[in-house]
Design a binder for this molecule. Sequence first.
Ligand code: SF4
Length: 246
Amino acid sequence: MKTVPRDADPATKARAAFERNARSVIACHRCPDLREYIAQVAHEKRRAYRDQTYWGKPVPALGDPMARLLIVGLAPGAHGSNRTGRMFTGDASGRWLFRALHRAGFANQPTWERPDDGLQLTDCMITAALRCAPPGNKPKPHQLATCSVHLAADFALVEPRLRVVVSLGAIGHRAAVKMLESRDWRFAKRPIFGHAAEHVATREGRTLYVICTYHPSQQNTSTKVLTEPMFDAVWTRARELVDATL
Ligand code: SF4
């Protein structure tokens, strides 16, 4: 492991911290039942991916360690990022998310294909409340509580520059709010989840915006509970708020 010199520039220090966080997530065995489950999924595979090697481990954050926008999702999909090893890639939800991030200028391309496809996020980092895909995509409260150690590490990394948090779905939102409150951010009013709801948190003269969106799960997108214009409006607003700090 390389040691970062004390006088290294902020970007180098942030990259080193990002990589430390990633190593800690990947090596985590705090929930043996979940580790067993994701390894089993990786072994059995879905028929469509039977020729692929699944990641089958906890999934670290993805993106820019110097981000001012942090996206907090739910958990890896069993055949999505539990297969690819990259947060929010490998399934239909990711297709929606990266298209929208590209349109809002946070991603250099609208699609992901492979780990070497050149996908890059700028000023944006994606993390999740849980890092191991849970059975039925339903995290249990004690699993979320245990995994919050990794969410805390990601918040700590981006917090000095953070301006906007976008929470994807109610569980991601609750995890983000809990994390911010535990770090002494105070909300002017109760930060209730609702699509496009915007909440303001303050701490020591700083202001942070939390924007909620319905999760771009197939269940929401195929039923038009969430449409692309609704989703785009959230990222356009996030872009405005991030740029307003320039
Ligand atoms: S869910 Fe989180 S805390 Fe539990 S094993 Fe996976 S990475 Fe570790």
